[in-house]
Design a protein around this ligand. Structure first.
Ligand code: PLP
Length: 402
């Protein structure tokens, strides 16, 4: 049929936007059509498995709705939420200069990058790393400037590589700690090294700490902003992971550093916040309840995750051709695969088609040339994980034998 309109040409800026975690679902759907039983190890959503949002968080939201707090809120967030975030930040040793509440940490990240980076400038982003940063930079016409995480050093950032990648158009450095997709938790030495680089090159640090409370083996997470009060940092966090409420879409950014240094940048963030009116108003009342509550759920979550992490680490390392660094936080593992002459994408496609186990190819997070990985989410219960890893083992045996 002849139509009145030509097909719409999407903007060029969307061409390089990739979000492998969800893109891989198309491959999984094909496998399902062919009768494969799927096991999803691709999306970091605790609510899909045996984790439930703590009741008081739900009740606080419901209560706010009953009290007619269903209009727009102040653009930067309600006072109750901001006070609770400030108190929590101070507990971690951060001295906030500004706090803004957003629709998930994702929007806080978007505002911070949009308020800072001009077209043609670049931001240091970790490879491998959560792909939102490169997607936003693509939207802004800015460049992701990848630095590598060092697998030989438990996936700590390679400081020499960071330093070598900086040029006159570099504005900021992103760290994700605990890391997605590697599960690494950064040492104080690494964090001090990053601060030193930021100071020498006048860079803003963006520290994504959405998994800060999900650390294992009794380790302590260090917020980079707590180590130096002079360096400008935006710390991102929210309710999605530690409070098991990703569908609430509630997050925040904490800007720290001396007021004279950060004030124009903060005003730019607030302009963006005002333009989109507000984050979901009633759900912001869940923030004080979550942060000031008894944190009882965390013990249970960490206990479950440690067991699932141990099983993941042991079973994956038992597969010939696969090796995996032990994750120290979050709920991801990033095993390396020894598969000469096949790309990780091809490997993962075949793995999904043959076994129904849905993992994400490592290059979807960016990775060092010459290496191949995939990411698994170890949120599912042990029986499901065992089934998935056994299928991967059988697949790998056939794959290496051909
Ligand atoms: N940052 C990292 C490192 C993540 O892994 C995720 C989600 O997986 C997000 C941010 C998104 O957080 P939110 O759900 O608060 O937007």
């Amino acid at each position: 049929m002849k139509r009145d309109f030509e097909p719409i040409k999407p903007a060029k800026r969307t061409e390089n936007i990739e979000y492998a975690v969800r893109d891989i679902v198309l491959v999984a759907n094909e496998a399902r059509k062919k009768g494969k039983e799927l096991i999803f190890l691709n999306i970091g959503d605790p609510a899909q498995f045996d984790f439930r949002t703590p009741e008081p968080i739900i009740e606080a939201t419901y209560q706010a709705m009953c009290e007619n707090l269903t209009g727009y809120s102040a653009s930067e967030g309600v006072d109750e939420a901001i006070c609770a975030i400030r108190k929590e930040a101070r507990k971690a040793g951060i001295e906030p200069s500004d706090i803004y509440v957003t629709s998930g940490a994702s929007e806080a990240i978007d505002f911070a990058l949009t308020a800072l980076v001009n077209e043609g400038e670049n931001v240091l982003v970790p490879y491998p790393g959560y792909p939102l940063y490169t997607a936003i930079l693509a939207k802004l016409g800015a460049e992701p400037n990848p630095y590598y995480l060092d697998e030989e050093n438990e996936w700590q950032p390679d400081l020499a590589d960071i330093e070598a990648k900086i040029n006159e158009k570099t504005r900021a450095i992103v760290i994700i700690n605990p890391n997605n997709p590697t599960g690494a938790v950064y040492s104080e030495e690494t964090l001090r090294g990053i601060i030193d680089i930021a100071r020498r090159h006048q860079l803003v640090i963006f520290s994504d700490e959405i998994y800060d409370k999900l650390v294992f083996d009794g380790a302590k997470h260090i917020s980079i902003a707590s180590l130096d009060l002079e360096v400008p940092v935006v710390t991102f966090n929210g309710l999605s992971k530690s409070y098991l409420a990703p569908g609430f879409r509630i997050g925040w950014g904490i800007v720290s550093g001396p007021w004279e240094v950060v004030k124009d940048f903060v005003e730019a963030i607030h302009k963006l916040a005002r333009a989109r009116l507000s984050a979901s108003h009633p759900k912001q009342y869940a923030i004080p309840v979550a942060l000031n509550g008894n944190q009882g759920h965390l013990k249970e979550v960490i206990e479950k995750l440690e067991k699932r992490r141990d099983l993941t680490y042991e079973m994956l390392n038992d597969i010939p051709g696969i090796s995996c660094v032990k994750p120290k936080g979050a709920f991801y593992a990033f095993p390396r695969i020894d598969i000469p002459e096949v790309s990780d994408r091809e490997f993962v496609k075949e793995l999904i088609a043959e076994t129904g186990v849905v993992v994400v190819h490592g290059s979807g997070f960016g990775e060092k040339p010459g290496t191949a990985h995939f990411r698994v989410v170890f949120l599912p219960p042990e029986d499901l994980l065992k089934k998935a890893y056994t299928r991967i083992k059988d697949f790998m045996k056939k794959f290496l034998a051909r």
